[in-house]
Write a protein that binds this ligand. Sequence first.
Ligand SMILES: Nc1ncnc2c1ncn2[C@@H]1O[C@H](COP(=O)(O)OP(=O)(O)OP(=O)(O)O)[C@@H](O)[C@H]1O
Ligand SMILES: [Mg+2]
Length: 554
Amino acid sequence: MPGTAPAAELSSKIIRGDKIMELILGIDLGTTYSCAAWVDETGKPQIIKNKEGFLTTPSAVFFRSPSEKEVGEAAKQYAVMYPDRVVSQIKRHMGEEGYTVYMDGADLRPEEISGYILKKLTEDAVSTLRAEGAIPPDEPKSIAAVITCPAYFGAGERHATRTAGELAGLRMLAEPLNEPTAAAILFGTLQQGDTRNVLVYDLGGGTFDVTIIHVEPGLIDVVCTGGDHHRGGVDWDKRLMELALQKAEAQGLLTADAVYEDPEALQELTLSAEEAKINLSARPRAMLRFTCGGKTARVEVTREEFEAATEDLLQDTLRLTDDMLAQAAAKGYPLSAIDELLLVGGSTGMPQVVQALQQKYGKTPRSFDPAGAVAKGAALFAQKSAEMEKVLPTTPAGRDPKVLGRLGGVQVRNVSSRSYGVNAFDIADDVEKLFIIIPRNATLPAEGHSRFNPRNDNQSASRFDVMESLAAGEVAPLSEGKKLGEAVLELPAGCTRQTVIDVTFTLTEGGLLQLHAIERDGGREVHAQFQVSGGMSQQELAEAGDRISHSTVE
Ligand SMILES: Nc1ncnc2c1ncn2[C@@H]1O[C@H](COP(=O)(O)OP(=O)(O)OP(=O)(O)O)[C@@H](O)[C@H]1O
Ligand SMILES: [Mg+2]
């Protein structure tokens, strides 16, 4: 990072203390493509190629047998032959309560499926680095990583991302790092000394993030962040598929219904649509080809037709960008103060994205290493975290990343992507509502306070739900909140209905919610526990870990 540690210190990718030789990676776990990066001997972040020689690996898992999994391009291709044995886009279900995929007699959680992707990425990274002679053949003994996630991810999704890494046998150096923040870390590192306000427009395969970041020497300050975690390249693919089906129907060759009912034909069309979409970024027209019921359809789509069919998707991202610009303006960063529009994510390769942003905001967007910026930024962050680990002792609450960052010369200041609160009855109208304690886009670490009274005298414990929401303001309808988990306050002896318990909610830099409670008058500590619901149980973790460790992942 700029003007901080000498290059020699940055290059210590393997820690040689206590004989633990650890490889440190930054991992971009994407909806459609994933990649791993490290900081090389010269202190530069580099993407590590997979065994097939590519910089990115499709995030698709083919379940060949209970003990054999194939991840990446091969899995993507196998989806045509075995559509029900290939899982893709699992990131869209991270943290979704109760979501499982039934395979070989077991219900697999998204954490486990992501675990296979991470296993492939990390095993490939090791074999590539060994083959290149960058690390000795008997190293590393372990792998530590920082995995990125959309800024938009809430606590449940972050928890699931972390679990996926642990299931893959990785030591997590930090909580999941926001993708746009990772891109900004790389940007800030390359910027060397300038103060810039940047808008990061990240349109990936499955998610859209828009983030406004202030970068200055020694500080990366996230001003605000928003987006839509169900908007990405795959939605453009779907529109192109629909367009191709309409054309094929018009040719009288086959019906759209027949294709939708034929999983093999549908997979073939899906692959063909993505390929055609990417071609349309460079050419005025592209071909799609797919077979259904013995008939092969070949249809041509022009860029104009594709752009018209997806215009509303693009407009949605611009609306969200406007929202963020309004929030940034309220925090003292108006559009006129934005120096750069940085494009991250593969889908920003579509020329209509560049044109629309240019037209709307009157600034020329800069494509910023769309495939690698996130993983490289994560690698820099991981490297820094690992170095600081050697300096700072770990406390039960974890290391303070603020201190960590400052020691490294660069402080990363993040914001909350959600609002957090509790449900309670509003005395004014006796309606149950969501009372927001930590608002969305609050600078982290953020603190909020709430008060509770026990419902009965001499109650031993008090429970309440903690809610997560995208709502702004102080109070919102209950329907805008989602239960995040349950908090339990273990009340000291002798509390009555009049006892006031002050509860402090803290959202750490890593996005972890912690609770601390105290009896207001007596000053006694109240033990407060908070657990995110919907995570995997101990038994599920043990079973998934067992399946992963007994599987080969090619
Ligand atoms: N030249 C291109 N033109 C249009 N789309 C492209 C191009 N190159 C890649 N894409 C699309 O970009 C998407 C992949 O981008 P990226 O790797 O940034 O996403 P991801 O990390 O998988 O997803 P996310 O960040 O949303 O989780 C895919 O939908 C892919 O088809
Ligand atoms: Mg991505």
